[in-house]
Design a protein around this ligand. Structure first.
Ligand code: DP6
Length: 338
């Protein structure tokens, strides 16, 4: 029996991954830049056991669904093939953040699973190889392997598409005040949305702008130039949402003009963030494929931003999760009894 445990953080993209050149291998159309999120962790223990006849996945101590288990098994098969073994495993995994809160648990989940399973199989793999393997589980998971601020080099094929750290977590204490306005499951998954991106007439404009977006965002991050950084990330999130909202497709037997991941409260917070800036608060936003609002500010303004959100929310039942930059995926001393 061999066992290993790992922790990984979910990540928030400042320059987004939206659209794939190879959906089977999760090869993106463009590089993306992200930050690992301190409060959004997945802890995973993998125990390979020759006596086990099938993979058994426990999510927060409860047996996982057949769909979730199948995704884990598919991923473990990639590692088993590499190690030349066929034993099944017990996988115990838990998240420190609620499901549907706007943090990709698939990113932290596949990063932690990859690192724990590789160690349990006695595979010594480089960070690059771990990132490549995590990418196959879910694209953005490759960015949860390296630490701090990360760039996913899009590459062109399996062996050259992986993420690297561009600055450690200590480089810049900016904060993500995430405002969860709804925890309802989104109607269209990220994977479904990626496949529709090319339907938008604005897709090519977004890609034409991308080299400049990447260069200016990376530079502002490395220079800790918050104002330029804020402007870049806010425009970039809206560029992605412009593509989403204009990706026409058929669903439930009818034509739809695009994907709308926002809710009225998301729009309310977009207006609020712009007003707070006029009032002198340095805060900018980014949004992923969901209604959660990510308000980004320098750490010294964290309390003011939280207070502004609390005052605005009144009785609307929002919840707030605060994230600072976090390290990459790491092995842990085993968390469970052998
Ligand atoms: C909007 O990594 O969830 O969060 O590779 O199909 O699993 P799959 O997609 P996923 O897509 C993330 C999309 C995004 C932007 C981003 O994180 O860069």
């Amino acid at each position: 029996m061999t066992q290993a445990s790992a922790v990984a953080h979910a990540n928030l993209a400042f320059v987004k991954y939206w659209g794939k050149t190879d959906p089977d291998e999760n090869i993106p159309t463009n590089n993306s830049i992200s930050m690992n999120l301190s409060a959004a962790q997945t802890f995973t223990t993998v125990t390979f056991d020759a006596a086990q006849t099938a993979d058994h996945v426990l999510l927060d101590g409860q047996p996982a669904s057949a769909k979730f288990t199948a995704r884990v098994t598919k991923h473990l098969d990639r590692l088993r093939t590499r190690a030349g073994v066929s034993y099944s495993a017990i996988i115990q995994t838990r998240n420190t953040f609620p499901a549907g809160a706007g943090f990709a648990s698939s990113a932290s989940g596949f990063a932690a699973l990859t690192v724990a399973a590789a160690a349990a199989l006695n595979l010594t793999l480089s960070e690059k190889t771990l990132s490549i393997l995590a990418r196959k589980g879910s694209g953005s998971a490759c960015r949860s392997v390296p630490g701090g601020f990360v760039e996913w080099l899009a590459g062109t094929c399996d062996t050259d598409s992986y993420a690297v750290s561009i600055a450690p977590a200590e480089h810049w204490d900016i904060v993500d005040v995430a405002v969860v306005v709804s925890t309802q499951e989104k109607a269209v998954s990220s994977s479904g949305g990626h496949a529709l991106a090319k339907q938008s007439p604005f897709w090519s404009a977004r890609l034409a702008q991308m080299p400049d977006t990447l260069e200016r965002t990376r530079r502002a991050l490395l220079d800790r130039d918050f104002e330029t950084f804020g402007r870049m990330i806010e425009q970039e999130a809206l560029s992605m949402h412009t593509v989403m909202m204009t990706s026409a497709h058929e669903a439930d037997g009818a034509w739809r003009s695009g994907l709308y991941y926002w809710l009225p409260d998301t729009l309310d917070l977009i207006a609020a963030a712009q007003q707070w800036r006029s009032d002198g608060l340095p805060v900018y936003f980014t949004l992923d494929a969901g209604p959660t609002m990510h308000l980004i500010c320098p750490a010294e303004y964290e309390t003011q931003v939280i207070e502004a959100v609390q005052e605005r929310q009144k009785a609307r039942g929002w919840s707030i999760l605060v994230n600072h930059p976090a390290p990459g995926a790491q092995l842990l001393p085993d968390m469970l009894e052998k």
